[in-house]
Design a protein around this ligand. Sequence first.
Ligand code: ZN
Length: 129
Amino acid sequence: MGKSKQIGNHKSDKKKNIAKTWKTKRRTKDLDQIHSDMKPDTASKLLHQEVDYDVTGCAQHYCLHCARYFVDMRSLKEHFKTKQHKKRLKQLREEPYTQAEAERAAGMGSYIAPKAVEVKTQTVEEDMD
Ligand SMILES: [Zn+2]
């Protein structure tokens, strides 16, 4: 008889979903892409998209800074309160590194420290009342 062989515990019973780790579909935009999205005209285009039934929430509830779509206004607002969103705003406060900045740093011209960009959560239209 002897000892019974233990083949893994309950936790490792399930095979890990390896596919998930490799998926690139859900990859969000890079910060510099979002910086260009934050330009007023691009931003308004993104925030007022045409109804697209293939996209979450028909593309009507978009978080500009996280480049994510939400099902409805409520979940979008909920998202604004999340750590993830606040962290993103913080990241976006720093201006993207520019060639001009690099030149200034290299002593060509006077060095002007990159100014912090004030990034606020987009205003949401209250169309409920
Ligand atoms: Zn967000």
